[in-house]
Design a protein around this ligand. Structure first.
Ligand code: ADP
Ligand code: MG
Length: 350
């Protein structure tokens, strides 16, 4: 053990996830020419005399990121791959390999891990990914699964978080808030089940949002679509923590502001009806819910005609000068500052 002469004990909740990462990683300098982009984007970018290589890693922890009482192991394996591929696609890159590391307690029989790996294998096959390594170790309590994803991107195609310009369009793929509302339904059914285990819930009205929570799809198709449309976004990030948190990342790293229009945020009818049922504001859910694994990007005005009317891409706002700040323009045309309430892994509250 290294001796710790520092008697201060700063609670991690004082910093939050992003400040903690900044604090711990500020000391790391880039020493190799092959490191083109280190910490701070969805993936690192490396170059070894050819195409750029992108690398990203994400860990899922039982009790923090998933609850095995409603998360089938097969889906967990699938999702662990998706959350990692999503970061590769956020660089406008192609994902090619993953490594998978697990920590398991003896609570899990072999058969359970076989099912977990069926999910991993299904994802790898469907997304054309080679599984090339990993690590296996024991855990005293829960299950931990950590995946590292590797991909490639041509240098002139790579997209960082930092390239947005004033007047660029803010564009999002798919629809938002589904994964969070799916989680609300699953949490509610878990409580009902505790009281009455014989009760067979009818979840047919929630199939889309439950699938968004349990079986997200990383947007490989969007990287292919952008190539086909000959559109290179000026910046891009995947939506893991919620729209507002990701918008703030793009704005801060690009030194721009934003006007986001509430009435443009794409919501599935099932998200709207479930929000009504739970008495939650659907805009709040889209802004702060997280885990949608859609892509958020900025696109130059000149490319508008190429994306216009495409059902996969919704323009939800535009970038402004930094001095104008970051605002949500509500349906009532009020301008409300955007703040990051997104998923905070350290207090586990959305
Ligand atoms: P994402 O949500 O896209 O996975 P994160 O917010 O987790 O991104 O991480 C932001 C950046 O910080 C990434 O470049 C990531 O690799 C880096 N990072 C996160 N945690 C650590 C850590 N413990 N040590 C070093 N780098 C880290
Ligand atoms: Mg990301």
């Amino acid at each position: 053990m290294l001796e710790d002469k520092n008697p201060r004990r700063t609670p991690l909740s004082e910093l939050g996830e992003f400040k903690l990462i900044d604090h711990l990683t500020a000391q790391f300098e880039i020493g190799h020419e092959s490191t083109l982009k280190g910490i701070g984007d969805d993936a690192a970018i490396l170059n070894f005399d050819g195409n750029n290589v992108v690398v990203s890693t994400d860990m899922l922890v039982e009790g923090v990121h998933f609850d095995l009482s409603y998360m089938p192991l097969k889906h967990l394996g699938y999702k662990a791959v998706m959350v990692n591929l999503s970061d590769i696609y956020a660089m406008n890159a192609k994902a090619t390999q993953i490594t998978v590391s697990i920590a398991v307690s003896n609570r899990f029989p072999l058969e359970a891990l076989e099912v977990l790996y069926q999910g991993i294998a299904t994802a790898a096959k469907l997304y054309n990914i080679d599984v090339v390594g990993g690590d296996t170790t024991s855990s005293t309590t829960g299950l931990i699964i950590s995946v590292t994803a590797i991909g490639t991107v041509e240098k002139d195609k790579q997209v960082l978080r930092s390239g947005a310009q004033p007047n660029d369009l803010l564009v999002v793929t798919g629809d938002l808030g589904g994964a969070y509302m799916g989680l609300q339904v699953l949490e509610r059914e878990k409580e009902v089940f505790k009281v009455n285990p014989k009760n067979q819930p009818d979840l047919s009205m929630y199939t889309y949002i439950i699938e968004r929570q349990l079986k997200p799809e990383a947007r490989k198709d969007i990287v292919e679509l952008l190539e086909k449309l000959e559109v290179k976004p000026t910046s891009m990030i995947d939506i893991s923590d919620g729209l507002s948190s990701e918008i703030i990342h793009l704005c801060k790293q690009s030194n721009v502001g934003v006007d986001l229009y509430e009435n443009k945020i794409p919501l599935d009818p099932q998200v709207i009806s479930t929000c009504e049922e739970f008495n939650i504001d659907s805009t709040t859910v889209a802004l702060n819910g997280g885990e949608d694994y859609e892509l958020l990007m900025t696109i130059a005005q000149k490319d508008y005609d190429k994306i216009k009317g495409n059902p996969n891409l919704t323009v939800i706002g535009y970038m402004t000068d930094k001095e104008k700040g970051m605002h949500l323009v509500t349906r009532a045309e009020e301008r409300i500052p955007i703040i990051a309430k997104g998923w905070n892994a350290l207090n586990n509250q959305p």
